[in-house]
Design a protein. Structure first.
Length: 441
């Protein structure tokens, strides 16, 4: 062995056999050196390799696991919030379908649309927050991955240099270094140096393995985050489109409600005019009837063919379901209609029959009533048959109970084919026809 500077690792030389036979003392010294058992180098190296590899993995894995755990927790929390808002909106959409399948209440529909728009806006805000968090996490993961890959490259370069050096020295380098020692102390020093060198090599291998696993995990996390960002942007675009559609639908609904209210108010004004016209006609007929009675004319019957005993016993003018009832009705748009009769739904063309004997005093179109026949029963009692398709009688004709006076039509464009039927008693006062007709509907 060649001398070296203090503190530097010993330089090792190859051991060559002597040319001449050694002296007895030399043979004794060689025998004593040879009698020292060669240390088991492989076993400590294998044990240290396993210990260092486990230690490096235990040090690297928790950091990666903590980083992934925090990211998973944040994403899970944001996803739970998105799912909660989506469930709320689905419930609102279900309620909207119920509103649309029933009689439309435009005010309730507008309120539902407002709540859907609010839920969608909150969903967009949550998606924005998630996208911001994903962007920050993506940048952090990218920087960490770049640093890990750079560190992995350095460690792999170091490892390659060590492998080349070990290969150049050959498989018996450690044995030769130990056997060439001149004393037991030098042997132990060399063993210690070789042992530390092996530990350093094992630590380097463990670092390379840990960095390789770490970069693989971070690449997987990076791909997942990129997918989450892409999905988030697509979801946000869809929610933005949905929000604009809800706003447009709300505006359309409000416009429709205003138009519907305007049409209803116009219709109510027309109905009021028609009601006034019918009252005036009946008032004029009553005035003429009273004048005729005062003159003692036989053409003006003083008694009605509709008697009190007929209450709840009169035959129906047409068979069908009740479309609307007598009295005041409040519509969903907060408008009010007062019906002076009932609407009886029936197919167009169905015969309409007189409920009692009388004289036809009106057989012509009357405003919103459409084609109308009014029969005077005497004593100030009248029956009104509106929304007819055709009238079978003329003014002045005498009709008998059950006689056909016309057919059902569709005089009201907002309603299906039906008969508008009224009973007016005591000089034209409207009463509920259902109280006079046979049975209840």
């Amino acid at each position: 062995m060649v001398g070296s500077a203090p503190g530097a690792p010993p330089r090792l030389t190859r051991c060559r056999p002597p040319a001449a036979r050694p002296a007895p003392e030399s043979r004794h010294r060689v025998r004593r050196v040879a009698s020292v058992p060669a240390p088991d180098i492989g076993r400590p190296f294998r044990v240290l390799w396993l210990v260092l590899l486990c230690l490096a993995a235990s040090l690297a894995s928790p950091a990666v696991a903590r980083a992934q755990g925090s990211t998973e927790a944040r994403l899970r929390q944001q996803q739970d919030e998105l799912n909660r808002i989506r469930r709320e909106r689905e419930e609102l959409q279900r309620r909207m379908r119920e509103l649309q399948s029933s009689v439309r209440d435009l005010s309730a529909e507008v309120r539902n649309l407002d709540r859907q728009a609010d839920a969608t806006a909150r969903l967009v805000r949550s998606l924005d927050a998630q996208l911001e968090a994903l962007t920050v996490e993506l940048a952090t993961t990218t920087a960490s991955l770049q640093a890990a890959e750079a560190q992995l490259g350095d460690k792999r370069a170091m490892l390659r240099r060590r492998v080349r050096n070990i290969y150049k020295r050959g498989p018996l380098f450690e044995i030769e270094a130990l056997l060439s020692a001149r004393s037991l102390g030098e042997l132990l020093a060399r063993y210690k140096y070789l042992h530390q060198l092996a530990r350093r090599d094992q630590a380097l291998v463990a670092q390379v393995e840990a960095l390789r696993d770490r970069t693989a995990q971070q690449r997987a996390l990076l791909v997942r985050l990129q997918d989450e960002v892409t999905t988030n942007r697509a979801d946000r675009a869809e929610e933005e489109r949905r929000l604009r559609a809800l706003e447009q639908r709300r505006q359309n609904t409000l416009a429709s409600a205003r138009q519907d209210q305007k049409r209803t108010q116009q219709r109510l004004r027309e109905i009021e005019k028609t009601e006034a016209r019918v009252r005036n006609v009946i008032a004029a007929l009553e005035a003429a009837r009273r004048r005729a009675e005062s003159r003692g004319s036989a053409s003006a019957p003083s008694k009605s063919s509709i008697r009190t005993s007929d209450l709840g016993k009169l035959d129906w003018p047409v068979e069908g379901d009740i479309l609307y009832r007598f009295g005041r009705v409040v519509h969903p748009n907060n408008t009010t209609t007062r019906w002076n009769g009932i609407g009886i739904a029936a197919p167009s063309g169905t015969p309409v029959k007189a409920i009692s004997d009388g004289e036809v005093v009106v057989a012509e179109p009357v405003g919103t009533y459409g084609l109308t026949v009014i029969v005077q029963h005497g004593g100030g009692d009248y029956s009104v048959y509106g929304s007819l398709l055709r009238a079978s009688v003329k003014v002045g004709a005498r009709v008998r109970k059950g006689q056909t006076i016309g057919t059902v039509g569709a005089g009201d464009p907002d309603l299906p084919a039906h008969l508008h039927f009224e009973i007016r008693r005591n000089r034209g006062e409207a009463v509920d026809p259902l109280e006079w007709l046979r049975g209840s509907r």
